[in-house]
Design a protein around this ligand. Structure first.
Ligand SMILES: [Zn+2]
Length: 154
């Protein structure tokens, strides 16, 4: 495993749409392991998407510290969502900025794991918020694009 560099706002890789994963090989596993290490140990984040480490593939990892633990999503698809909450967010790729965005309360997501096996998950609260935030990264969208309120954290 290795730590990867986090791309920050201004880097055009963060603005591109990530491509579907079609090959479930050791390279994919290595990417996911590196992302987990980069997220948890280096930066203490609760989520990280592949474009944030410069890889335009539809992969993200999430660990909000709840009973679901560490989750890996490959080729995710948000099947349905309901409700609205205001979410105060930050992002490893947008250093020293925070702000409030609107997110769904609950959602159902379908994805594959690193072996290519499909699964479906129902998420709510912080987990649902985090999944939406990471999913946006795969579409080239950052939370600062959706702000309803800006906070200065510097
Ligand atoms: Zn982010």
């Amino acid at each position: 495993m290795a730590l990867r560099n986090i791309c920050v706002i201004g880097d055009e890789v963060l603005r591109k749409k990530a491509r579907e994963v079609t090959v479930f090989d050791d390279r994919l596993s290595e990417l996911i392991d590196d992302m987990i290490e980069t997220m948890s140990f280096e930066n203490r984040g609760i989520g990280l998407a592949a474009p944030q480490v410069g890889i335009l593939r539809r992969v993200f990892v999430v660990d909000v510290g709840d009973e679901h633990g560490l989750l890996e999503f490959v080729n995710p698809e948000i099947v349905s969502s309901e409700g609205k909450v205001m979410s105060s967010e930050g992002c490893l790729s947008v250093p020293e900025r925070g702000g409030t965005v609107e997110r769904p309360e609950k959602l159902i997501i379908k994805a594959q794991n690193r072996k290519g096996e499909s699964f479906e998950l129902e998420a709510e609260g912080l987990l649902a918020i985090c999944i939406c935030h990471e999913y946006d990264h795969l579409e080239g969208v950052l939370f600062v694009d959706k702000l309803v309120e800006v906070e200065e954290t510097t």
